[in-house]
Design a protein around this ligand. Structure first.
Ligand code: ZN
Length: 385
């Protein structure tokens, strides 16, 4: 048994000085305990850690490659995607493990203690499955164990090249039939030290029928999908289905607290209501959304309907959680001409809310900070820096 004394700690009941926490030999929080074997004083400012609810680890290798000035006047998300495909089609399992290990180490240093890996790089470079179809998933798990971060692995189903269109050759490493996908998902779920979740790349990459069927039969805690990130994607969805993406998704599935809508940048006000009233949540990735020119998530409108949200680093162009919040806040201020992006919520409550919402997004972990029985998991900020 060990007693920790945190000099300054943000708890669910506000800021506390010299806040004691008792843990058992395995590091789990105990209700109380006398005569600890060891006492440790933790200096600095202690707050709930951040959960990174959206990551594509291999993209950490392409930071900078897509930043060459004006390759052409139409540089956009779609040309960035060409660079991403080139990297995706070159990396070996060893490369992925090395890149992911470095990324997860760097995420820990920046204050993230749990990462949700949105993993769609499944096949060998020629598009055929590896002998073990979960080869790269297992490399991600290995990277996590080396780096020491916690993981929710979200194998991603990717089948089409656009609404009603076949996949193109550049997407060959991502494509799985539904049975192979479920095999990978089930093989991961059986390893109980790893959290897993169901994931669809996007409405453009998986048919509505498949999304509907798989999510209805899924018994896990969390489901993730990229949605409404780019204007072209909204236009394509409108012309294919007659509906905006989030509206279309709500027709396909029972939107509930399991659903994590990644980006939702171009959600209409009716769609923001839809997400909030069904207790689904948005995973906002401000540095990537800015880098790719996606648009600005309407955080002020979403906060006013008390929508739940958390953050992710996505392409890893930025790794600092405080910077993510600053970009989200400032981009809203620049368009609203007000300084109330998060409505009347204090920064303390904001950090606690992002923590509990991030815990929901990664699934199967304690939702409340410092909950009895959970592992002690705290972000300590150096207050002398
Ligand atoms: Zn993404």
């Amino acid at each position: 048994m060990k007693k920790w004394v945190f000099e300054k700690m943000l708890t669910v009941d506000g800021w506390k000085r010299n806040y004691p926490v008792i843990t058992d030999a395995g590091g789990r929080i105990m209700d109380s305990g006398n005569n600890p074997d060891e006492v440790e004083i933790v200096k600095g400012i202690s707050i709930p850690p951040f959960y990174n609810a959206h990551s594509h680890a291999f993209q950490y290798a392409m930071i900078g490659l897509a930043e060459k000035p004006a390759r052409n006047s139409n540089d956009s998300f779609w040309t960035w995607r060409e660079t991403m495909y080139k990297v995706a089609n070159r990396v070996s399992p060893d490369d992925v493990e090395a890149i992911a290990t470095m990324l997860y180490h760097d995420l820990l240093l920046n204050g993230y203690t749990h990462v949700a890996e949105f993993h769609y790089l499944h096949n060998s470079p020629d598009g055929t499955p590896y002998e073990d179809p979960a080869e790269i998933s297992k490399r991600i798990i290995s990277a996590v164990r080396t780096a020491g971060i916690k993981l929710t692995l979200i194998p991603i189903l990717y089948q089409n090249g656009g609404f009603g269109k076949p996949a193109n050759p550049e997407q060959r490493r991502f494509i799985l039939d539904t049975d192979s996908y479920l095999e990978i998902l089930n093989s991961i779920s059986l390893d109980h030290s790893i959290h897993s979740a169901l994931g669809f790349h996007s409405l453009r990459a998986v048919s509505g029928e498949t999304i509907s069927r798989l999510s209805e039969n899924y018994i896990g805690d969390a489901i993730h999908i990229h949605i409404s990130e780019q204007l072209k994607e909204v236009a394509d969805c409108l012309s294919f289905t007659g509906m905006r993406p989030i509206t279309y998704l709500s027709e396909l599935v029972n939107l509930d607290q399991r659903w994590n809508l990644v980006h939702a940048t171009h959600a209409s006000s009716g769609e923001l209501d839809l997400i909030a009233s069904n207790d689904s949540r948005v995973v906002i990735c401000p540095s990537t959304e800015g880098n790719l020119g996606d648009g600005i998530f309407p955080i002020e409108a979403y906060s006013s309907v008390k929508g739940e949200w958390c953050i992710g680093t996505d392409s890893h162009i930025g790794l600092c959680p405080f910077e993510e919040l600053r970009i989200l806040d400032y981009s809203n201020r620049m368009t609203s001409h007000r300084r109330l992006s998060f409505q009347d919520i204090s920064m303390d409550s904001l950090i606690l809310n992002i923590h509990s919402s991030g815990a929901e997004a990664v699934g199967s972990v304690p939702k409340k900070f410092l909950e009895e029985g959970s592992f002690l998991d705290v972000l300590v900020v150096d207050d002398t820096h």
